[in-house]
Design a protein around this ligand. Structure first.
Ligand code: AKG
Length: 253
């Protein structure tokens, strides 16, 4: 981590995101990348684009990435001491010369069925992510604007599960900030922050692991966008709310 935890907390509260957190060394991320490459060879690129959800439950390297103490230290500086791992999801954008695959402007929390509507995401770069290969973009401070009514995206190729999109007129794109990351670095964003990513028009893959976290008080009041029940796992602190059945740690250390 390049900034002190107290600075992280203040920046996160103000902007709704923090970035360029060095989590894994070059050697560590190279190891994880080769395990992702192996999974990609086994399951195919089509599946790996957005189809690898909650695979920390059966792929040990994903669990090791998501539950790493350095990730949890950073998340805990942003969201507080009690931390549950909600899920994981790879967003892997392959070279797309036609520019057809993108992630529309959205807030994560609107389709996760949580009350209070609170969640936080660590986006861990498996590959370098930059403007050319479609890194994430955010609108600083938009997590304080409340929850926006989402519509459906008109453009074909939105990688979001139900094609959701914040209406154009509500997004001040002139304030967008690109989240460029080297492999092994992470950003963290608030589930109410407006964010998006544009097509990967480079020749390079852009793979990131999103790790979703909630505080134990956030209970599930409706099905999430994939129609499933969440099965979060307490990683740090205490669960005084007991909204969820106990889920065993898949790969105890
Ligand atoms: O990786 C991307 O391009 C988008 C990620 C995203 O929308 C998210 O983390 O919620």
């Amino acid at each position: 981590m390049t900034i002190a935890p107290s600075d992280l907390t203040a920046a996160y509260e103000r902007d709704g995101f923090v970035t360029r957190l060095r989590i894994f060394s070059d050697a560590e991320i190279a190891g994880f990348r080769s395990q992702f490459d192996e999974l990609e060879a086994r399951e195919g690129k089509e599946k790996c684009q957005i189809g690898l959800q909650a695979r920390h439950m059966d792929e040990e390297f994903i669990w090791r990435m998501a539950a790493d103490d350095r990730v949890v230290d950073a998340i805990s500086a942003c969201m507080g001491e009690d931390v549950m791992l909600l899920s994981t999801h790879f967003f892997c954008k392959y070279p797309d010369p036609e520019g057809s695959k993108f992630v529309a402007w959205h807030q994560d929390i609107t389709y996760w069925g949580l009350e209070p509507p609170e969640a936080h995401t660590a986006w861990i770069a498996v590959d370098d992510a930059d403007l050319a290969n479609g890194c994430m973009q955010v609108i600083p401070g938009s997590h304080r604007d409340g929850i926006a009514e989402h519509g459906k995206s008109d453009g074909a190729g939105n990688l979001l599960s139900i094609n959701q999109e914040i209406p154009d007129e509500l997004v001040d794109k002139s304030r967008a900030v690109p989240i460029e990351l080297h492999a092994g670095e992470a950003s963290i964003h608030n589930g109410q922050l407006y964010h998006a990513s544009f097509p990967n028009t480079s020749q390079r893959r852009r793979c990131g692991l999103t790790v979703r976290f909630i505080p134990p008080e956030a209970r599930q009041v409706e099905a999430n966008s994939t129609g499933q029940q969440w099965c979060p796992i307490l990683l740090r602190g205490e669960d005084r709310h007991h909204h969820y059945p106990d889920t065993a740690v898949p790969f105890p250390s």
